[in-house]
Design a protein around this ligand. Structure first.
Ligand SMILES: [Zn+2]
Ligand SMILES: [Zn+2]
Length: 141
């Protein structure tokens, strides 16, 4: 048995970007998702579920054999777009796979040390049942 407190966070599902290089361990099925229609999220087509940041683990892989492909020429990991247009603080990063481009999550930059600070996970990477039948909020901010 591990004694690590971090491992006590349950994992409902480990979702990935399209190519599998970025994994997001999600603690539970969302009770509500936010279809944010701000200018950025609307363009991404993301559907956000919010979790405490310390309950979500994001992992990126290195190049190699992934999903049966032997594409080792590409760069790996996650890239971010730091938003600065809205409130000018530049403290939110929108993170996407550097290979397939799928948006996976947003969170605060730099990482806020408060364990209860929330982050958003794009539920479109978690499978249809993570979205279908789940209460949806539409936010225009
Ligand atoms: Zn990818
Ligand atoms: Zn938005």
């Amino acid at each position: 048995m591990s004694s690590s407190a971090a491992q006590e966070t349950p994992i409902w599902r480990t979702a990935t970007c399209h190519c599998g290089r970025v994994s997001v361990a999600i603690p539970r099925k969302p009770e509500e998702i936010n279809e944010c229609r701000c200018s950025l999220c609307y363009a991404y087509g993301a559907l956000w579920a919010y979790y405490p940041r310390n309950q979500v683990t994001v992992t990126t892989t290195t190049a190699g054999i992934i999903n049966g492909s032997e594409d080792v020429s590409v760069d790996t990991g996650s890239r971010k777009y730091i938003r600065t247009d809205k409130d000018g603080t530049g403290n939110l990063s929108f993170n996407y796979c550097s290979h397939c481009g799928v948006m996976t999550h947003w969170w605060e930059e730099p990482r806020n040390t408060d364990p209860d600070r929330s982050m958003g996970v794009n539920m479109r990477i978690a499978g249809e049942d993570a979205i279908e039948g789940v209460a949806r909020e539409v936010n225009y901010e």
